[in-house]
Design a protein around this ligand. Structure first.
Ligand code: NI
Length: 187
């Protein structure tokens, strides 16, 4: 396993639509090595999630995990979840969550993004089993952020530009109650 370099905003690979995996590829040593490195790189950087294009691999793979994350102390714990070829269907009628997001590819910044607060998540697990689940709240926002990476989108595409800030100023000036507002009206 190794910790890989994380692509920063402006790298063209972050703007490409990632290639899906064929199911048989999931049994390959190359896939396992990529997955191990993705998880190790995410944990090393204290990320709540990481998508393969962020480590310069334009494939449909992302990992999400929140375990008492110092970058996101308000987040609930989310066990390690790996999604291959994910598809999301937002449940628009469930309302919205407005949350200050950050991204390991947009170093040192935060900004508020409003997203549907509930999404249907369909994907493959790394063992090839199918996932079909409804995710809500903060977990729904995180999975939308990660799957956006696989479509060449970054949170800065959706951010309310007037809220964009550096981490130091975020910690000083954005009150705790404004960092996550879970439960707004449908967009
Ligand atoms: Ni990101």
């Amino acid at each position: 396993m190794s910790i890989r370099k994380i692509a920063q905003l402006g790298e063209p690979i972050l703007r490409r639509v990632a290639e899906p995996f064929a199911k048989r590829e999931l049994r390959s040593a190359e896939f396992q090595s990529l997955l191990d490195d993705l998880i190790e790189t995410m944990r090393d950087a204290d990320g709540a999630g990481l998508a393969a294009p962020q480590i310069y691999v334009s494939r449909q793979l992302c990992a999400i995990e929140v375990q008492a994350n110092p970058r996101y102390p308000a987040f609930p714990q989310i066990p390690l979840t790996v999604l291959v070829n994910p598809r999301l269907t937002p449940l628009e009628s469930a309302g919205t969550i407005a949350m200050y997001e950050g991204c390991l590819s947009v170093g040192g910044m935060r900004g508020r993004v409003t997203r549907p607060r509930s999404v249907r998540v369909q994907a493959l697990r790394p063992d090839g089993d199918e996932i079909d689940e409804i995710w809500e709240g903060i977990a729904a926002a995180i999975v939308q952020h990660e799957v956006d990476h696989l479509q060449g989108h970054l949170y800065v595409d959706h951010v309310d530009p007037s809220t964009l800030c550096f981490l130091r100023e975020y910690e000083r000036h954005v009150p705790l109650e404004a960092r996550i507002v879970d439960g707004g009206p449908p967009q």
